[in-house]
Design a protein around this ligand. Structure first.
Ligand code: ARG
Length: 250
């Protein structure tokens, strides 16, 4: 197999080529991670990642299909080709990067702590919460769970299937605090947390979010990274300004 034949083979097997042949970009995401992907009152999936997926499919000249996927099976869904890409606020971690490839980051977030307001004054930092009498909640299988285990050695840790169930536990007083991605916590605070919760908003971790794709596909990664740079610089949908303002600033 000579050089040109190898190049053709690479392109034929590229996810980008499959998307073009199919005429549809298929995106795995788990709605619930506000404001990146969430379900509106009519049942439509909306959010920052959805806006980017839509722009992506437009630039590719294909239709868009969102594939709602539970978080614990989302990497398996990508690997078994249930979708072309994961656009779901996924943190680029070294462990995940062993099984999937990532685009360049499109935003950087970190884990923060949302705690019950009645602890104000008594608790000034995450470290103050690390006591056996306190319960810290987070979501199963996310970087929040990893951070919770790392920063809370003495407190009781309880994990939930969804972020909204974890947050409810703090709201109804069954847990003292929740550890989760800063944008989610910031929006939850202004939405439901007023007068009830306090946001310790100094990030505990550094978390670049990227799009995950299958390994062995340089064509797709090349397209994605060039797309991301263009989005950042262009004012067409104003990735860094309007899109950020629309979903992340309230
Ligand atoms: N950034 C975190 C992680 O990668 C949480 C992402 C959760 N995303 C979602 N769509 N539920 O683990």
């Amino acid at each position: 197999i000579n050089g040109i034949a190898a190049d053709i083979k690479l392109w034929q097997n590229s996810t980008l080529n499959k998307i073009v042949q199919r005429g549809e970009l298929q995106v795995c995401m788990e709605p619930g991670y506000v404001p990146f992907e969430m379900t509106d009152k009519k049942g439509n999936i909306i959010g920052y990642d959805v806006d980017m997926a839509r722009q992506m499919s437009k630039d590719m000249g294909v239709k868009l299909k969102l594939v709602p996927t539970a978080w614990d099976g989302i990497i398996a869904a990508l690997i078994t080709e249930k979708c072309d890409i994961i656009m779901s606020g996924m943190t680029i971690t070294q462990q995940r990067n062993m099984t999937v490839n990532f685009s360049d980051p499109y935003i950087v977030v970190g884990q923060t702590v949302m705690m019950r307001k009645d602890l104000e004054g008594k608790i000034k930092s995450a470290a103050d919460l690390d006591k056996p009498e306190y319960t810290i909640v987070t979501k199963l299988g996310v970087t929040g769970e990893i951070a919770t285990k790392k920063f809370f050695k003495k407190a009781k840790i309880v994990t939930f299937e969804t972020e909204v169930d974890a947050a409810a536990e703090v709201l109804n007083g069954k847990a003292e605090a929740m550890v989760y991605d800063q944008p989610y916590n910031a929006i939850f605070m202004s939405d439901k947390g007023k007068d009830k919760l306090i946001h310790l908003d100094t990030p505990l971790t550094y978390e670049p979010l990227g799009f995950a794709v299958r390994k062995g596909d340089p064509d797709f990664i090349n397209w994605l990274n060039n797309f991301l740079r263009q989005m950042k610089e262009d004012k067409v949908i104003g990735f860094s300004d309007e899109l950020y303002q629309k979903w992340l600033v309230d």
